[in-house]
Design a protein. Structure first.
Ligand SMILES: Nc1ncnc2c1ncn2[C@@H]1O[C@H](COP(=O)(O)OP(=O)(O)O)[C@@H](O)[C@H]1O
Ligand SMILES: [Mg+2]
Length: 368
């Protein structure tokens, strides 16, 4: 069996380079702004951001389904700006599967191979191999109407896989699946990528999906890249307030305030005072800042802030506790508790050492 030997049908280098890519739609929507990205051969890169931030537009420009207003896109050493989608050696998987409804799964998988004039024996070999990889052998003779959503999405993945392209593009492929199936398919995608190691760009609005799937994640907002990095780096050192609140759940707690004259304490609303320990930044005394602390990083401590429990959401192992603080502040803490605290009861919480984030109040950029 030939399997997926990459060199047989694909270009040697399947890196992807975007330089100053802009997209302004005819109606005037500026969907992508000055996008620069280098995606390494074999990398799994995730584009994440809220709805409307330009993710699909960027992906569709890579696929050649959307014109680029300016800039260049290269696959390997080849600038593909003017290359037709079918000649880009790319396979795309969409949210809505986009299978031919009147064709069986096998015929859906075979169609793209026939178009590319792949000989019959090799077509069968590739279909058998992809079906085995995805565990869809028993579905091959069914039409999409005879399959569940999860099965259809697997066939759609199979259709991309048989092509053995230089690059996979995914646009929210798991969005139509229920939570359990989404989680399972996510794991399978990751494993599949480990096996075939095809350069992949994956779009999602779901930060958890981005964190768990990506070798690196690209956080976008309003057409602009906010941060690029490995998931844990983005989680641990968010570059600005947007990334800080978008990545991680529940969202990071934020408090407006200032650093005191000695540069060692944050002073917030209602007299909240939090020592900055090793988070302290140089020459920041007196500066207006936003202090951030993740719900996972709050813990009961004698010298913390006294808070009143508003609502609790028990998760089993842990409990999300929403609390009211001094000066009208809101806190969310994810705590390991033996019992769920009653609404109206008080807790004294403070940040674990070394977990604080500081941002410039005006620009929202990370400090230190
Ligand atoms: N075909 C189009 N014509 C005009 N504007 C569009 C078109 N497609 C998307 N847009 C606009 O471009 C922006 C980015 O859209 P999109 O790339 O679909 O975002 P996302 O995939 O992140 O949700 C949005 O403001 C959207 O309204
Ligand atoms: Mg989209």
């Amino acid at each position: 069996m030939g399997g997926h030997t990459r060199t047989s049908y694909t270009s040697e280098m399947a890196s992807l380079t975007l330089t100053d890519v802009e997209k302004i739609y005819p109606g005037g929507a500026h969907a992508v702004r000055g996008c620069a990205l280098e995606i390494a051969d074999g990398e799994f890169l995730v584009l994440v951001g809220p709805s409307g931030c330009g993710k699909s537009t960027l992906l569709r420009m890579i696929a050649g389904l959307e014109d680029i207003t300016s800039g260049t896109i290269s696959i390997g050493d080849r600038v593909v700006n003017a290359v037709q989608p079918k000649d880009r050696d790319i396979a795309m998987v969409f949210q809505n599967y986009a299978l031919y409804p009147h064709k069986t799964a096998r015929a859906n998988l075979e169609f793209a191979l026939k178009l590319r004039k792949i000989p019959r024996a090799e077509r069968q070999e590739r279909i058998t191999e992809a079906a085995r990889q995805l565990g869809i052998e028993e579905l091959l003779d069914r039409r999409p109407g005879q399959m569940s959503g999860g099965q259809q999405q697997r066939v759609a993945l199979g259709r991309a896989l048989v092509r053995n392209p230089a690059v996979f593009l995914f646009d929210e492929p798991l969005s139509n699946l229920d939570a359990k199936l989404r989680h399972r398919t996510r794991g399978e995608l990751k494993e599949l990528h480990r096996r075939v190691a095809t350069t992949s760009v994956y779009v999602t609005h779901d930060q958890e999906e981005a964190m768990t799937l990506g070798d690196r994640v690209v956080v976008m907002k309003d057409g602009l890249i906010q941060q690029v990095g490995p998931p844990l780096e983005v989680y641990r050192r968010p570059a600005n307030l947007f990334v800080a609140t978008f990545i991680g759940a529940p969202a990071m707690n934020l408090f407006e305030g200032a650093i005191d004259g000695s540069g060692t304490t944050f002073e917030g609303p209602g007299g909240i005072s939090i020592p900055l320990d090793e988070t302290a930044v140089q020459n920041a005394a007196g500066r207006s800042v936003t202090l951030g602390v993740r719900p996972q990083h709050l813990e009961p401590t004698a010298n913390g802030v006294e808070l009143t429990v508003r609502i609790c959401e028990p998760l089993g192992d842990e409990t999300d506790v929403m609390l009211d603080g001094p000066g009208g502040t809101d806190f969310t803490a994810r705590l390991k508790l033996d019992a769920v605290p009653a609404a109206g009861s008080t807790m004294t919480l403070g940040p674990k050492p070394g977990t604080l984030h500081l941002f410039d109040s005006e620009s929202g950029e990370r400090l230190g």
